[in-house]
Design a protein around this ligand. Structure first.
Ligand code: ZN
Length: 243
């Protein structure tokens, strides 16, 4: 079985469309797993929910999804992010708001736990260091955990009670074996590792290979839509540098 793993779409329809096109080019996927933050930051929240839901995804809630529907206090967000949450809420109809509201915090799928932030704190914590990863290995029972939230493609491997980090380059396969792992596919809609291309992954259960891919998309088109929407300029400019 092949699963496309998407995180942090952030209302970036140009990026999401390019990713789904790339998935088709790579042979398609049987399932789509989404690690949260469908909305927030970007200009097309309703369009992104609509496109994603065509694929009947397994999806967990992100902090921006819940900030947008009023299930997380906006004091948890920086001012630009909070402004984008308020703007997004105005763009969504009742059905979309209900969809976001009802997303679960974690989902178990086969050998994986899916969470947005971390297994210990699914909405808030960033798994961004070996020590944070180390703590989190005791918060899930499955062999592997998939997270988003940092917007950086990266894996943490637990081996002999030590944790090592592994950066995930485009097209290089990570073979899942006995070692437990926490894996982040990077962000579709707002990458932060210095590479502005959209990031996502395909997990192929045959051979147990997890592979991140980077995809060019119309960054300028997304930026134009954000400017037209009056979204904060800091959110517009960061897309082209991938930070
Ligand atoms: Zn995010």
């Amino acid at each position: 079985m092949r699963c496309a793993v998407l995180a942090d779409i952030h209302s970036n329809l140009e990026a999401l469309t390019a990713v789904f096109r790339d998935i088709e080019v790579k042979g398609g996927a049987d399932e789509v797993w989404c690690l949260g933050d469908i909305v927030g930051y970007g200009p097309e929240p309703a369009e992104c929910i609509k496109l994603l839901r065509k694929f009947n995804p397994v999806c967990v809630a992100g902090n921006h999804d819940l900030g947008t529907v009023g299930k997380m206090e906006l004091s948890f967000f920086n001012p630009a992010a909070a402004q984008a949450c308020i703007w997004s809420a105005e763009k969504l109809g009742p059905e979309d708001l209900q969809y976001l509201e009802e997303l679960p915090q974690t989902v178990q799928k086969g050998d994986f736990l899916l969470a947005h932030g971390s297994p210990a704190s699914p909405l808030l914590e960033y798994v961004a260091s070996n020590s944070i990863a180390e703590k989190n290995f005791s918060y899930f029972d499955k062999p592997y955990c998939l997270v988003g939230h940092t917007h950086v493609p990266q894996a943490y491997k637990q081996e002999d009670d030590k944790v090592a980090s592994i950066s995930l380059s485009s097209g290089i396969g990570l073979v899942l074996k006995k070692s437990r792992l926490i894996i982040n596919p990077g962000a579709v809609g707002q990458p932060r590792d210095g590479d502005p291309r959209a990031s996502y992954a395909i997990y192929d259960s045959e051979g147990s290979i997890f592979r991140v891919y980077r995809v060019e998309y119309g960054i300028r088109a997304t930026q134009d839509k954000m400017m037209q929407a009056g979204l904060p300029v800091s959110l517009v400019t960061r897309l082209e540098v991938g930070r």
